[in-house]
Design a protein around this ligand. Structure first.
Ligand SMILES: *[C@@H]1O[C@H](CO)[C@@H](O)[C@H](O)[C@H]1NC(C)=O
Ligand SMILES: *[C@@H]1O[C@H](CO)[C@@H](O)[C@H](O)[C@H]1NC(C)=O
Ligand SMILES: *[C@@H]1O[C@H](CO)[C@@H](O)[C@H](O)[C@H]1NC(C)=O
Ligand SMILES: *[C@H]1O[C@H](CO)[C@@H](O)[C@H](O)[C@H]1NC(C)=O
Length: 525
């Protein structure tokens, strides 16, 4: 009769093993793509960067010069037509929530218009910066001016129906890229940016299912606006681009999900390469060329997808109406006064390019064709939504928005083996800006936001007068030094806390650098 207990024991053991194997979930890429590289550029519309590529491929929904906007201004004809004379732009056209509302719907502010008329770009720019700015926003680059994109669009896939997630500025849109929401943000909110936004991100979904991610940053990793990424357990996910990206790629060590961040501040030695006006698009083109060529020569190339998109349109004209119907709020959070925005319409169309040896030459991706929902569109949340599919993540969607957004894994599934004819090198772009960086310039709004992040990382955000100091007095040169120092201190303190065995769920909180010596304490979230 000894057999029976033994039998039960055996069953218990099996059950235990079963529990053990099902609790340590491990996702795996379902197809050949094992590395997804994401690069988010700054502040340019589709028509401004890629609209004239229609000359090279008529199936691209670009421009032919018939597009126009009315304008009411002395000594200017009543309509401005879209031209191909884009050049160096300084200063930066308008892209606040209100500015975009005027660009998309005209001066009447009637957000009920469907389709959105897209006829207020010229006037809004004129009101903000006069005739010159009106002309700037009504011009796009000739393909040869953005030769790196000309090559990528011809070789791989361009999406001609991909919108910014929010009709607003940089930070809310950047936040949608990795979390499918801006947690209610429609603009820069200094205290939220300093504390960090609390929502779950695709990074955590990837990490929790046993896959890897990495951030390759140049000045300061803007993904630290997500609070959770500041945790000690993620501190080794951050890599200085200059010292590691090429090595990791050459040695086949790129993670499953890699985010590359640019130089957001413009210096003589290291010109900004994010395409944000007034920065030189030439630098952005050089940077993308470098990233592409690095990936192309990596042993991981056959498993790689590179996604290039732009956070928002930067005030530049685009002729495709922004979707205003059937767009779900990600999480029900309503934006602040005075607009109380319900996140129920998208922003302006932006350039997006997909690069992989699994993509057929000269592909044009239009909309997601009513999948998964009739109103679904490509927008930044399409990135986490597609990552979930390509990596077969079992975690639920991050929000209602990435559950709704179109996914683009289909463009990678039209071949049975990777291409062998992808160019090894891309063309050299042309220099557009005459002269060099103005390091004595005041910080732009986006750069001020980065300084607030830097201040939060090194504890200075607790100091009174800091906001004023950053927004009114700091120059680009000072900003670069401040940011470098802050990032360095934050990571050093993090690694030393890790060595001391501090709980990895914690976030290092620094004492202000401007008054006292470095002495990290640990924050209990
Ligand atoms: C995706 O993951 C699920 C478990 O979450 C598994 O049942 C399924 O087989 C996986 N699909 C592929 C194609 O690997
Ligand atoms: C549009 O909105 C702005 C800001 O809310 C306001 O100043 C302007 O008067 C409005 N225009 C019209 C025509 O209502
Ligand atoms: C990629 O795949 C192609 C086609 O199968 C093959 O010829 C090539 O050697 C592969 N490249 C790498 C880096 O593995
Ligand atoms: C781009 O940069 C500006 C200025 O730094 C920033 O405030 C904004 O959010 C981004 N968008 C545009 C169009 O400028």
């Amino acid at each position: 009769m000894a057999a029976k207990p033994h039998h039960i024991h055996h069953h218990l053991l099996l059950l235990l093993l079963f529990l053990l194997t099902t609790t340590s979930i491990s996702a795996a890429p379902t197809g050949p793509i094992k590395t997804i590289v994401v690069l988010v550029m700054e502040n340019r519309s589709f028509d401004h960067m890629l609209g004239w590529m229609k000359r090279l491929n008529p199936s691209i929904n670009g421009v032919d010069g018939s597009e126009s906007n009315p304008i009411s201004a002395p000594k200017v004809p009543p309509r401005v037509h879209f031209g191909d004379g884009a050049h160096y732009v300084d200063p930066d056209p308008g892209h606040s929530f209100q500015a975009i509302r005027e660009q998309v719907f005209g001066p009447g502010n009637d957000t009920g218009l469907d389709p959105a008329p897209m006829d207020g770009f010229a006037q809004q720019a004129y009101d903000q910066g006069g005739t010159e700015m009106a002309m700037d926003v009504m011009n796009g680059f000739r393909p040869e001016m953005v030769a790196v994109y000309e090559a990528l669009v011809g070789e791989f896939a361009v999406c001609d129906r991909w919108f910014a997630s929010v009709p607003s500025s940089t930070q809310p849109n950047r936040m949608f890229v990795h979390s499918g929401t801006s947690h209610g943000a429609t603009s820069n909110n200094p205290s939220m940016l300093a504390n960090g936004y609390p929502q779950r991100t695709i990074f955590e979904n990837i990490h929790d299912e046993g896959l890897s991610f990495g951030i390759y940053y140049q000045d300061l990793p803007a993904v630290l606006f997500y609070r959770n990424l500041r945790k000690l357990k993620f501190i080794n996910k951050f890599h200085a681009y200059d010292h590691t990206f090429k090595d990791h790629a050459a040695n086949g060590n790129l993670p499953n999900y890699a985010v590359i961040e640019q130089h957001y501040l413009d210096s003589k030695n290291k010109p900004a390469n994010d395409d944000h006006p007034s920065h030189d698009v030439y630098q952005g083109q050089l940077f993308i060329k470098e990233v592409y060529e690095t990936l192309r020569s990596s042993p991981q190339w056959n498993e790689t997808l590179l996604v290039i998109t732009y956070d928002e349109h930067g005030g530049f004209f685009d002729h495709v109406s922004t979707p205003t119907k059937g767009v779900p709020s990600p999480d029900g959070i309503v934006g602040p006064d005075p607009f109380l925005f319900e996140f129920d319409r998208l922003g302006v169309r932006v350039p997006s390019i997909l690069v992989s040896p699994w993509i057929k030459k000269g592909t044009v991706v239009h909309g997601p064709n009513g999948v998964p929902f009739l109103t679904s569109e490509f927008e930044h949340s399409s990135i986490p939504a597609t990552v979930k599919k390509l990596f077969n993540l079992s975690s639920p969607y991050l929000t209602n928005r990435d559950a709704w957004a179109g996914t683009f894994e289909g463009v990678l599934q039209r071949r049975t083996e990777p291409r062998t004819d992808c160019p090894v090198q891309l063309p050299m772009p042309v220099k557009i800006r005459q002269g060099e960086a103005n390091e004595e310039a005041k910080l732009s709004e986006f750069q001020q936001e980065l300084m607030q992040l830097a201040a939060a990382l090194n504890g200075d955000h607790l100091l009174t007068g800091l906001y004023e100091r950053i927004t009114k007095h700091m120059t680009v040169r000072e900003g670069i030094a401040y940011m470098e120092n802050s990032v360095k201190r934050f990571f050093e303190a993090g690694f030393s806390a890790k060595r001391m065995g501090v709980d990895e769920e914690q976030i290092v909180k620094m004492r202000p650098s401007l008054t006292t010596r470095t002495s990290p304490s640990i924050d209990h979230p």
